[in-house]
Design a protein around this ligand. Structure first.
Ligand code: SF4
Length: 211
């Protein structure tokens, strides 16, 4: 497949994680990092996103305001990926940008994926994510695969995106938004109550104020 060349400034770098839901169960697949760039894609001005693997991030330590380049291909299934392009090759760091915000939204080099897994997340209102959190390393926009019949994992599935926050519990920008609803078999609906998020982050210091 022909690769698309790109060059751009990083405006967001967040964990690249896929969520699978089945009734009240949720599991995560850690794919790497999702980077949104403002620049040129095949010599055309564009804002676009690429997915990279964790080894590439460990090597380059990308963050917001860095300028990077090279080549990528469209993802085969946009329902299953937080980024539009992947299989990035010859990745180059052209220039290190100035340090971004050191408080919410945090625009630093994002931590290892293991740190996200250890911290756990809370749901984050989609509008808050869109307006305040896109550049924050603690935000994540996950593709979600919903297995409708938990007795038949190969049966009907639905797809959507959900937004989450891995950041400090006292972030002033945080808004939970509505409870998430998951379609299950026989047209029933599972509603994810607040205690699910509370349990996911109960091991963290509520007064944690920075990273
Ligand atoms: S709500 Fe979460 S993702 Fe948004 S700025 Fe605060 S810590 Fe970052």
């Amino acid at each position: 497949m022909n690769k698309s060349t790109f060059k751009g400034t990083i405006i967001s770098i967040q964990p690249r994680i896929r969520l699978t839901r089945s009734f009240d169960e949720a599991s995560h697949t850690y794919l790497g990092y999702a980077i949104t760039l403002k620049g040129e894609l095949v010599n055309t001005k564009s804002t676009f996103s690429i997915g990279i693997e964790k080894a590439a991030q460990a090597k380059h330590e990308f963050k917001v305001n860095d300028v990077i380049s090279e080549a990528c291909v469209p993802v085969p299934d946009p329902d299953m990926e937080p980024a539009e392009f992947h299989k990035v090759s010859k990745l180059k760091l052209l220039s290190k940008g100035t340090t971004g915000s050191t408080s919410s939204p945090w625009e630093l080099v994002p931590p290892a994926l293991e740190v996200y897994r250890q911290r756990g997340h809370r749901r984050l209102a989609a509008r808050t994510y869109d307006t305040k959190c896109i550049s924050c390393m603690w935000g994540a926009r996950m593709p979600v695969e919903i297995i409708i019949d938990n007795w038949n994992p190969r049966g009907k599935k639905k797809y959507r995106f959900e937004t989450f926050c891995y950041g400090p519990l006292n972030c002033k920008l945080y808004k939970a938004g509505p409870k998430r609803k998951v379609e299950v078999r026989n047209k029933m609906v599972y509603i994810e109550e607040d205690w699910v998020d509370e349990m996911a982050v109960e091991h963290r210091d509520p007064e944690e104020c920075s990273w």
